[in-house]
Design a protein around this ligand. Structure first.
Ligand code: ZN
Length: 250
């Protein structure tokens, strides 16, 4: 089985469209949340996830965009985008977004868990091995897919043998992939990176394919119509910074 795992689309339809095309063929789509917030196409992104994803996990921006949490914890730019998103969503999409479950969520495929932040806390950022340690010990499956940090990579552990995973790419503007084997008996926290607002200094949209038969994780980066996504943010009247940062990948 080949599962497409993606996270942090953030209303970026151009990036999502490029990812969906580049990921073919896949048998299942698991979405780790933050579908909305920051980007100019929240309804189009939700429409695609409603049609295509077998698993949807809510993110903190989904929660605020759906009116389930206050935006007070957000910085002014994120707050402005969340308020805009809430007004922009159709009543149907708003109702759907409100009902997206909190992680952890378990797909039918055995041995994997899907969360937004951490298996222990949906809002926690797993940025370092220190952050990853407790989830690696306590998660109930060998693999957990997580997002929230917008940084592609992850963490693995087999007893005293543990390390951070960072895909090694050779290009900056082309479609590229990096494959990693999942050895028996290891535990992995895998971050597919952000589709719609990468922060690892690589502007390309990020995603992961999990091949359960080959026991492999394939990390991907794919270029997308950046000017199109930036134009939607500017035309929506959202803060200019949200458009500018997409080029920088941070
Ligand atoms: Zn996010």
């Amino acid at each position: 089985m080949r599962a497409l795992i993606l996270s942090d689309i953030h209303g970026n339809l151009e990036a999502l469209t490029a990812v969906l095309a580049a990921a073919e063929p896949y048998d299942a789509l698991w979405n780790l949340g933050d579908m909305v917030g920051y980007g100019g196409s929240p309804n189009e992104v939700i429409d695609l996830m409603r049609a295509k994803a077998q698993i949807n996990v809510r993110g903190n921006h989904d929660r605020v965009g759906a009116g389930l949490s206050s935006a007070l914890g957000f910085n002014p730019v994120a707050r402005a985008a969340a308020m805009w998103t809430k007004d922009e969503l159709t009543p149907e999409n708003l109702a759907w977004l409100r009902a997206v479950p909190q992680g952890p969520v378990w797909p039918e495929e055995p041995g994997v868990t899907c969360v937004h932040g951490s298996p222990l806390n949906e809002d926690q950022y797993i940025l370092s091995m220190r952050d990853a340690w407790a989830p690696l010990q306590q998660m109930t499956t060998a693999i957990t897919f997580f997002g929230h940090t917008h940084l592609q990579g992850g963490f693995s552990q087999k007893e005293h043998d543990w390390h951070e995973i960072k895909p090694q790419y050779r290009t900056k503007n082309e479609a590229e992939s990096w494959t990693m084997a999942i050895p028996e008996g290891t535990r992995h926290l895998i971050n597919p990176g952000a589709v719609g607002q990468p922060r690892d200094c690589d502007w390309r949209a990020a995603f992961v394919i999990y091949d359960s038969e080959a026991k492999e994780i394939i990390y991907h980066r794919v270029p997308y119509d950046l000017a199109g996504a930036q134009g939607r943010i500017l035309m929506a009247g959202l803060p200019e910074r949200l458009a500018a940062r997409l080029r920088e990948g941070r």
